[in-house]
Ligand binder design. Structure first.
Ligand SMILES: *Cc1c(COP(=O)(O)O)cnc(C)c1O
Length: 456
């Protein structure tokens, strides 16, 4: 009999709700207004963010209904398929079962529209005419451009300069959707100009791009800020991934021993892992959760848990999270979507509580796994996703040594069709050194603000 390798859910199984893990965790430290030292309120956030998103950010409701308009758009690509990587298993000669949840068939090629669609929907609902975004590799920018075109909204995207140069196609994609894409740091905003005055060759960072995007929103009441990752509501939207994965494995009579995701801002990992963690917290099966970050930007493995800003200009509230410091500038690795100095407070919190572990991988080891995966499975993974593949392969090899028949699930967050330049450099042996110097780590950590009256 032909082995089953692709598991597709019927359309009726598209989730009706997002799962909010805040309902099941001890309360997190509040975000703090940096000027007053007082916890921020929903009203403080309303200026930049659509009210429905603010409500979700603070919500403790376990289930939040997905608007029908959003579900209808999700239905174009969701439920996404789950694959069993049988040829990879044989290649590795492992007794482990390896599954991956594939998000690369979404419009624009990654999981990001799971959140860009509701964010633009709620901004439209709130009467705003433009959405503003910051983006690393361009995946969030492309996802916002897609959603903006669906809802007839204008979109302005600040893209980290080094990524815009590595991947010019994403800029073209945003522009083809009808959006504006500006390499950051730019001369268009005060924080961009300030950065360029100090560092004319600044390669850009998510932190700087975020300051630029926020400046636009502060100056224009018709503009709404959107977040590609990290925020509670983004983690919330992404839980469609894990809910579907759970149902797919349930129908297969299987359950993961370990769930693996790459970690930049943390949203795809939250989306895949939190529904499983929620089940464990409700007395269900134990499950190991693993975050894989680039060793060039080792937020969880070498950062500090402290109150910090998620932008470089200090415009965002202070949040308690793992951080390398808002002034940390990661080396320009190809996994641009993972170059974030801080991580989702929710991910940070579950790591601190001991529900999740983290490892850091070099770009070279990640690409090695990406090539192995391509040759076994025929799927070209985004450089970010190769970090998750690396950890899944390592786990499967450990199972070969111990004989354990573990079930491994990892998130394949997007395709790498625009990243062939990076694969080419890997093949040619010309990937730049991605080791991070002690000095730049020290500079970053020193940029974590002192927070009077706040225990970090
Ligand atoms: C944005 C992105 C990531 C990382 O973002 P998280 O918020 O950490 O999930 C990973 N993979 C791809 C393909 C991306 O576009």
């Amino acid at each position: 009999m032909t082995e089953q390798v692709r598991f597709q859910l019927p359309q009726e199984e598209l989730p009706t709700h997002w799962y909010n893990i805040a309902a099941d965790l001890p309360p997190m430290a509040p975000a703090i207004n940096a000027k007053t030292g007082i916890p921020i309120t929903p009203e403080d956030m309303m200026r930049t963010t659509a009210p429905a998103l603010v409500e979700q950010e603070f919500s403790k409701e376990r289930e939040i209904a997905i608007p029908e308009e959003v579900r209808q758009i999700y239905a174009q690509w969701r439920p996404t398929p789950m694959f069993r990587a049988r040829r990879l298993e044989r290649e590795l000669n492992t007794p482990a079962r390896i599954y991956y949840k594939y998000e690369g068939d979404a419009p624009t090629g990654s999981f990001k529209p799971n959140s860009s669609v509701p964010q633009v929907f709620y901004n439209k609902q709130a009467g705003r005419s433009m959405v503003v975004a910051d983006t690393g590799a361009g995946q969030w920018g492309a996802a916002i451009a897609f959603a903006a075109s669906l809802f007839d909204m204008k979109a302005k995207v600040f893209q980290v300069r080094v990524s815009a140069e590595q991947k010019p196609h994403r800029k073209t994609m945003m522009e083809t959707f009808g959006s504006e894409c500006i390499p950051s740091p730019s001369t268009e905003t005060a924080p961009g100009r300030a950065t360029l005055a100090e560092f004319p060759d600044h390669p850009g960072s998510l932190a700087v791009a975020k300051s630029e995007a926020l400046q636009i929103v502060f100056d224009d009441p018709d503009a709404g800020y959107t977040r590609g990752s990290a925020a509670n509501h983004v983690c919330l939207h992404q839980t469609v991934i894990g809910q579907e994965a759970k149902r797919q494995l349930e129908l297969l009579g299987d359950y993961p021993d370990i769930v693996i995701g790459c970690a930049g801002g943390g949203s795809n990992l939250a989306g895949l892992a939190f529904p499983f963690l929620g089940e464990k917290l409700a007395g269900g099966r134990d499950v190991q959760l693993l975050a894989v970050e680039p060793s060039a930007c080792p937020t969880l493995t070498r950062g500090r848990i402290a109150y910090d800003h998620s932008d470089s200009g200090g415009m965002t509230p202070l949040q308690r999270m793992h951080t390398l410091g808002n002034g940390f500038v990661p080396p320009p690795v190809h996994a641009g979507g993972l170059r974030a100095h801080s991580i989702a407070p929710l991910i940070s919190w579950v790591v601190e509580l001991g529900y999740m572990q983290a490892v850091a991988e070099s770009q070279k080891r990640a690409f090695e796994a990406g090539v192995l995966f391509l040759r076994a499975e025929g799927v070209l993974a985004a450089p970010e996703a190769t970090h998750a593949i690396r950890a899944a392969v390592d786990e499967a090899v450990r199972c070969r040594e111990t004989g354990e028949e573990k079930t491994i699930l990892f998130g394949l967050t997007g395709h790498g069709n625009f990243d062939l330049g990076a694969y080419q450099r890997f093949a040619a042996g010309t990937l730049p050194d991605d080791s991070v110097s002690e000095e730049s780590l020290a500079v970053g950590l020193a940029s974590i603000p002192e927070t009077p009256g706040v225990q970090s």
